[in-house]
Design a protein around this ligand. Structure first.
Ligand SMILES: *Cc1c(COP(=O)(O)O)cnc(C)c1O
Length: 410
């Protein structure tokens, strides 16, 4: 289906996002000054406020030195607490269940220390076969750390032959009594499939397993209700849909029913209760909150962009964003008619990503960038990913992507 450029511009006028809050890079090719950016599922764009607010935090250091811990406009000692509220609202959690710390894979490890407690009869971990490699390496190394064989212990879920996504019923069927941990991506990084998190979580619990979710591609993309869905734990990064910059500080969730429980954790001085931290006692007194999973004092200048970005999500609201996301993705989907899109067609089973299977994806993504100013990324061997991000992508961006892809593959 081809839609006119005028129609795209009319849709933008009727259904605008919040592009004005972001710095959109200049295009290196094509007819328009700015790129049509579809890589927000890899690295989100920078909010304009990030620069000035980060500089404010940096200047507190210049002005106050060590006194900034307490006297900075945003004091460093409790700085991470500024992020807890907005992060918890974004993932549907209680503030006590949420903490912003470390990076994603580190958080997965710290959470598996608590929640992957294998026994001889129950030591298997279920992931997707198309899991992001970091998750695959993390679970294999956890299995081996506990003295089990990763080849045997890690169950990799594959779609049925000829299909591209996992069926919920097939996932549920594979959750047997030997499964210690189910650790799936909420939205798959490659196909863009949104999993049925509540149903799979419930099924995992019925099988006696712990259920954790990697929300790297789900946080800031789709509404989540981690508390109500009874998820045991979750972790996510902040540089994809959360627009907090390369390597940004990540998030973690631990369900209320595990808080204060007698679970193993790897501790450091930030694991102990903030109120008594500076008594410098040899043993920690961890609070009954997700803060107990912290280890080190947090990197303030890496937290600052996360704080700025989460404020945008708080202001706009993930439900409102999701509605625009469904409309924008449907529009792009129309434009990609005729291509092999491996993302589910049902809007309820996908977020803001469409993955196209096309030969020579790597070369195509280079041509899209340098000849059309369209930024999409490729994944070996043959997948091009387009993420129309509801905060800053436009219908006109989608129109540019659709027409450019048709031309480079003609
Ligand atoms: C992006 C992504 C990661 C990246 O891990 P880091 O620890 O942030 O480098 C891990 N897992 C998934 C599913 C991802 O999408």
């Amino acid at each position: 289906m081809t839609l006119s450029e005028t129609e795209a511009l009319e849709l933008d006028a009727a259904d605008p996002g919040h592009r004005e809050l972001f710095d959109v890079p200049p295009a290196q090719g094509g007819d328009y000054p700015e790129v049509a950016y579809f890589a927000g599922n890899s690295l989100g764009l920078r909010p304009k406020a990030t620069r000035s607010e980060l500089l404010e935090d940096l200047d507190s250091w210049a002005a106050l030195g060590v006194e900034g811990h307490l006297d900075a406009a945003r004091p460093w000692l409790p700085y991470h607490e500024l992020l807890t509220g907005p992060a918890s609202r974004l993932v549907g959690a209680l503030p006590s269940e949420t903490v912003v710390m470390n990076t994603l894979t580190v958080n997965l490890h710290l959470l598996m220390v608590s929640f992957y407690r294998p026994t001889r009869s129950r030591h298997r971990i279920v992931i997707e076969d198309s899991a992001f490699p970091s998750d695959s390496y993390a679970v294999r190394s956890q299995v081996e750390f506990h003295g089990y064989d990763a080849e045997d212990a890690v169950i990799r879920l594959r779609p049925r032959p000829g299909e591209n996504s996992l069926r919920t019923a097939d996932v549920v069927e594979q959750l047997g009594g030997d499964v210690a941990l189910v650790l799936l991506g909420g939205v798959n990084y490659l196909t863009g499939e949104l999993m049925d998190i509540p149903t799979i979580t419930k099924a995992g619990h019925a099988a006696g397993a712990i259920v954790g979710w990697d929300l790297a591609h789900a946080a800031g993309n789709v509404p989540l209700a981690l508390h109500d869905w009874d998820v045991d734990f979750a972790a996510w990064c902040s540089y994809k849909y959360l627009n907090s910059g390369p390597g940004a500080i990540a998030g973690a969730f631990v369900h209320e029913r595990h808080l204060g429980a007698d679970l193993p954790r790897f501790e450091g001085w930030w694991s102990t209760d903030a109120k008594t931290r500076f008594e410098m006692t040899p043993e920690s007194r961890p609070p009954a909150t997700a803060d107990a999973w912290q280890v080190s004092n947090p990197p303030i200048f890496s937290m600052s962009p996360v704080r700025t970005s989460l404020e945008i999500f708080d202001k706009v609201g993930i439900e409102v964003l999701r509605e625009r996301s469904v409309r924008l993705t449907a529009y792009l989907s129309n434009l990609l008619d005729g291509f092999e899109v491996i993302t589910p067609t049902d809007p309820a089973r996908r977020g803001a990503q469409l993955s196209v299977r096309v030969p020579g994806a790597g070369e195509l993504s280079r041509r899209l960038r340098f000849e059309y100013g369209v930024i999409a990324d490729s994944r070996e061997p043959d997948v091009l990913r387009f993420a129309p991000v509801p905060l800053y992508s436009t219908y006109h961006d989608c129109w540019r992507a659709g027409t450019a892809l048709a031309e480079v593959t003609a």
